[in-house]
Design a protein around this ligand. Structure first.
Ligand code: 13P
Ligand code: SF4
Length: 364
């Protein structure tokens, strides 16, 4: 998304004590009943999660929103691309609200639709093969629509393997946006050689920094994007964890680099990390490479296991963190006053084309 700045909140909200904020949040929730559903992404802070009707990863939350027939308002405590996805998948009568418009995703910001369109035409100026575009859901609705129109699909970190396998059945080459790491990790797991069969596309350079021959030979073209939270994890942290805790299990998110994923014992999406650790034996030890709010919550909810973040310096997702309880309260107040604010609405035909890419993913 283009960076959207949130207007400052009325002072009334920012001057409330935490207890008063909670009291008013409870009051608003009571008054609004099931006309509102509050969704909380796993990376949200506990002060938000406690008000969520559902918590989950981005896809699960959007699907929950789509299956909820009572709620007229969906308050999405997550980031902008997730609220867009929820709007695309929900019915036209349902209104999706993002409590703070500045809650974007730095990875999604690394690929603009103009850059993607330009890259696509440059690739096709040198390549004759059929190229299938795949986008991680962490991308703007405009990029999802571009992918939908060009015969491709979205993926999440839970289903990237299925989507990439599907894409290889549709064409000879794959162009993957915007997370190079998810694209590289998944393609490597499917047998594509990261050194000889993948190239990186830098949108700042002509031909993405590649030669025509390099592009013609590549099976996978990876967009040069990354997640600033998951880029903090490295193999030294894993070595250190193994030294300090013999027998430790290392699990990381596939937004981490290939060398980190290969040095770990397990890698998987947010939901997979949660299910692996919650189903693990009491007494087991887990070094985790993902966002700190999720790791701390797991440690709290599974006290008979030792669970710690591999990064000794705390690493919250700073944009997720912009959803403060004041913003949630302000959003609920505005709904009660019949003046809903921060509505996320993806216009047609973008929504229709983006739905094509999402539906292809959901059908797999
Ligand atoms: P999920 O799709 O697992 O919710 O992850 C989104 C994300 O932003 C991970 O960094
Ligand atoms: Fe984006 Fe990374 Fe935050 Fe996920 S953790 S929302 S990819 S910046």
């Amino acid at each position: 998304m283009a960076i959207t700045l949130q207007d400052p909140l009325p002072e009334y909200f920012s001057e409330l004590s935490p207890d008063e904020t909670d009291r008013q949040l409870a009051d608003c929730r009571d008054k609004l009943g099931n006309s509102v559903v509050v969704l909380g992404h796993h990376y949200q802070r506990d002060e938000i999660i406690k008000w969520a009707d559902y918590r989950g990863d981005s896809l699960k939350l959007s699907q929950l929103a789509a299956s909820n027939k009572h709620a007229s308002y969906i308050v999405f405590c997550g980031v902008h691309f997730m609220a867009e996805t929820a709007d695309i998948l929900t019915s036209p009568q349902q209104v999706v609200i993002l409590p703070n418009l500045s809650a974007g995703c730095s990875m999604a910001d690394m690929a603009s639709i103009r850059q993607v369109e330009h890259a696509w035409s440059q690739v096709h100026s040198v390549v004759d093969h059929k190229v299938i575009p795949v986008t991680y859901v962490n991308s703007t609705a405009a990029i999802k629509a571009f992918v939908g129109k060009n015969g491709g699909a979205c993926c999440t970190s839970s289903n990237a393997e299925q989507v990439i396998s599907w894409a290889f059945k549709q064409g000879e080459k794959l162009m993957f946006f915007p997370d190079q790491h998810l694209g590289r990790n998944t393609s490597t797991a499917l047998g594509v050689d990261p050194d000889s069969e993948m190239v990186l596309w830098d949108p700042m350079l002509p031909l993405g920094g590649n030669t025509s021959e390099g592009l013609r030979n590549a099976k996978v073209i990876l967009w040069k994007g990354h997640c600033s939270v998951h880029a903090r994890f490295n193999t030294q942290q894993i070595t250190e964890a193994r030294k300090n805790y013999p027998g430790v299990n290392i699990i990381v998110h596939p937004e981490c680099s290939l060398e980190v994923v290969q040095a770990a014992d397990f890698s998987g999406s947010t939901e997979r990390i949660i299910s692996t650790i919650t189903n693990a034996a009491p007494g087991s030890v887990w070094g985790v490479g993902t966002e700190i709010n999720l790791v701390n919550r797991l440690a709290h909810e599974c006290p008979d296991r030792k669970i710690f973040c591999l990064d000794p310096v705390v690493c919250p997702c700073s944009t997720m963190y912009r959803i403060h309880p004041y913003y949630l309260l302000w959003s609920l107040h505005n709904i009660l006053a019949n003046e809903p604010s921060n509505i996320i609405s993806v216009p047609e035909p973008t929504a229709r084309d983006a739905r094509l890419a999402l539906d292809r993913m959901l059908m797999l």
